[in-house]
Write a protein that binds this ligand. Structure first.
Ligand code: 13P
Length: 255
């Protein structure tokens, strides 16, 4: 097994009101109380972040934003800054999720600006990349990942990479029930690690965590985590229920 601490993150997307989020967080806290040596992150909607972070204080679960803006403050109606996320109790933020790229005009350039400002504010960034089905079918997966990485991480230094986690989320596997095979995930993760090594050297590439996302479920988590370059997962649907997310957090290390 690698020395990278496994990171299990739940992206709640636009699900749960404040009372529902609090109830889930309280139950999850009890369900994973036995876990150590694994990082657990949940990412509720913005309005739930502060109360959930307060409820989880002192637990082994930390809270992440699902998105962030690239300025500290200003007349940007509807946006939330990295410092605001931090003040609400977040340790992490997701950046560049494919749903933000697809529906809200997120680009590699905006991803890059958001990463820089978030690192400066002391947040760890979970940076999402991944190819569309059409890109995979036309043999462009690696080219797409390479562009997303080089443009998204442009100007990020080697020391700053300590605050970056990459999430490989093939768009065709998100919410579709179609998980990438473990071989497909490992192949993409190995490619991503090789690009990080090319840009930053082997020390950074050996310590950067690469998560897999896309229809992660209790019945495929153990196989995914057995892959050498899969350091954790970013879970959508299966993170909404305590029972399934707790099982994912309790993944079994296959011998
Ligand atoms: P699903 O686990 O629902 O496929 O969602 C994955 C995802 O988008 C996590 O960010």
């Amino acid at each position: 097994m690698s020395s990278r601490t496994p990171l299990i993150a739940g992206n709640w997307k636009m699900y749960k009101t404040v009372p529902e989020a609090l109830e889930t967080a309280e139950q999850l806290k009890e369900a994973v109380i036995d876990i150590s040596g694994r990082e657990i992150v949940i990412s509720p909607p913005y309005v739930c972040l502060f109360p959930v972070a307060v409820a989880l204080k002192g637990s082994n679960i930390v809270v992440a934003g699902q998105n962030v803006f690239w300025e500290d403050e200003g007349a940007y109606t509807g946006e939330v800054s990295p410092g605001m996320l931090k003040s609400a109790g977040c340790a992490y933020t997701i950046i560049g999720h494919s749903e933000r790229r697809q529906y809200f005009g997120e680009t590699n350039e905006t991803v890059n600006k958001k990463i820089k400002m978030s690192i400066a504010a002391g947040l760890t960034c979970i940076v999402c990349i991944g190819e569309l089905l059409e890109e995979r079918e036309t043999g462009r997966t690696f080219a797409v990942l390479e562009t997303q990485l080089s443009e998204g991480l442009d100007g990020i230094s080697a020391p700053q990479m300590a605050a970056v986690v990459i999430a490989y989320e093939p768009v065709w596997a998100i919410g579709t029930g179609k998980t990438a095979t473990t071989a497909q995930a490992e192949e993409a993760h190995r490619f991503i690690r090789s690009r990080i090594e090319h840009a930053y050297g082997s020390e950074v590439s050996g310590t950067t965590r690469i998560l897999y996302g896309g229809s992660v479920k209790p019945d495929n988590i153990d196989q995914l985590m057995a892959e050498e370059d899969v350091d954790g997962v970013l879970v959508g649907g299966a993170s909404l229920k305590v029972e399934s997310f707790s099982r994912i957090v309790h993944f079994v290390v296959l011998g």
